[in-house]
Ligand binder design. Structure first.
Ligand code: ZN
Length: 216
């Protein structure tokens, strides 16, 4: 039933494309988002490619990954997407439930995305972000999220013993973020209004961001 509804929604959306062309870019953008969401709804319930099957082997997972890549890249070769100059850099934990396109509500390539365990910057990422800012990024969105496995590991003595590097990195997260803010080119751009840097709390279930509330 859900699938039939998704297909019906998809058909309505496709039928609406000419209307979108007529009404302008904003509606076309919204309609594109609705079509993408309809695609998510179509794929989401399919469990045949669920990599959590008990009997699935590493070779099967690898084969499925390669098959899907070949299919997706062949479509990309036929209909290439436009390169964009990124204006936003997002730092997001590597948690599989988070999707940068969904967080941005945008599949265009206006975003640099750093996926880091526990959203912990290291000096090389700080430099990479500085390079991104030099290249035209206007906003840096640093996110941490609810139900983070890295945070839980750092808070659990047994897991701290098992994952010492990850735990130590989490201890340094705030210091690293402030270190980035203190880098001279970043600091001067922020003070002159040429750059905004925000630490946001990300709700893992809804992917909504809210201003970070410092619990320390
Ligand atoms: Zn996480």
């Amino acid at each position: 039933m859900k699938r039939k509804m998704a297909i019906a929604v998809l058909a309505i959306m496709i039928a609406g494309i000419p209307v979108a062309w007529k009404w302008g870019d904003r509606i076309e953008f919204m309609l594109g988002g609705a079509l993408i969401n309809a695609g998510y709804r179509l794929q989401d319930p399919l469990i045949s490619y669920d990599f959590e099957h008990e009997n699935v082997t590493p070779a099967q997972v690898w084969d499925a990954f390669l098959d899907q890549n070949r299919l997706a890249s062949s479509i990309r070769a036929r209909w290439p997407r436009s390169p964009r100059h990124p204006v936003i850099a997002m730092i997001i934990c590597m948690d599989g439930r988070l999707d940068s396109n969904e967080i941005a509500g945008d599949t265009r390539r206006y975003y640099y995305v750093l996926r880091l365990a526990g959203s912990v910057l290291a000096p090389k990422e700080e430099e990479m972000l500085e390079l991104a800012v030099d290249n035209g990024v206007k906003v840096v969105v640093f996110t941490t999220h609810s139900d983070c496995a890295a945070e839980k590991a750092a808070a659990d003595p047994a897991k701290r013993a098992k994952y010492p590097e990850l735990s130590r990195a989490l201890d340094e997260r705030k210091m690293r973020f402030e270190e980035f803010l203190g880098r001279h080119p970043v600091k001067s751009r922020i003070s002159s209004g040429r750059l905004i840097v925000k630490w946001m709390d990300l709700n893992t279930a809804t992917e909504r961001v809210e201003e970070h509330r410092d619990s320390n």
